[in-house]
Design a protein around this ligand. Sequence first.
Ligand SMILES: [Zn+2]
Length: 68
Amino acid sequence: MNEHPPEEEDDDDVPGQLQTICPYCGGGGMVADPKHAIIGDSPRTIDNGRSCPHCKTVGHFPDIIPPV
Ligand SMILES: [Zn+2]
């Protein structure tokens, strides 16, 4: 009787593994967007973040993208 090597059992039960985390936002879907604003009379920096233009806020891509 042959024993099943564990590393050969993941052929078809790992859906969604082929994806690449967005390097632009790190998978969060949002990127920092600091900007200066004058609130009252005080200049300050606001960082509300904004949607990642690279992955459309998804945070990852449904495919393998090799690192450049
Ligand atoms: Zn992104």
